[in-house]
Design a binder for this molecule. Structure first.
Ligand code: THU
Length: 135
């Protein structure tokens, strides 16, 4: 599948402009391309109770499910308010893994990289199934 990285970065930038960031001032936008070619986007939303802050990627994963997309995420662009790529935090790498798998392409300043490279030896549902005690 061809990926229009410029369009994906632009969609992330538009979402970043709508971010609610009265505390950190760091706007973040995330845009994703789904396997059925939908482009979805989300922004970060902060809260006076700082720990409740929602990263842009959290919103993106929620939007993925709410959109009714039939396939996983295949590519994501995450940008700060300046429009330049921002690497996802650890929690969001884990969320993206479940939404797109290790082959999910993540935009970086040096070009797209697979999520596997950003989150090696990840914990997944397979591990959970293999190690869970039977109830
Ligand atoms: N943030 C994201 O939205 N995504 C990330 O992957 C890293 C951090 C947001 C959360 C918070 O609103 C601000 O950036 C500063 O941490």
């Amino acid at each position: 599948m061809t990926i229009d990285w410029a369009a994906l970065r632009a969609a992330a930038g538009s979402a970043a402009r709508r971010a609610y960031v009265p505390y950190s001032g760091l706007r973040v936008g995330a845009a994703g391309l789904t396997a059925d070619r939908q482009v979805i986007a989300a922004c970060n939303v902060e809260n006076a109770s700082y720990g409740l802050t929602l990263c842009a990627e959290c919103g993106l994963v929620s939007t993925l499910h709410a959109s009714g997309a039939t396939g996983p995420l295949v590519a994501v662009a995450i940008v700060a308010g300046d429009g330049m790529p921002l690497l996802p935090c650890g929690r969001c790498r884990q969320l993206l893994l479940e939404a797109g798998g290790g082959g999910l392409l993540v935009d970086t300043a040096e070009g797209p990289v697979e999520l596997d490279a950003l989150l090696p030896a990840a914990f997944t549902g397979a591990e959970l199934r293999a190690r869970r005690e039977s109830r």
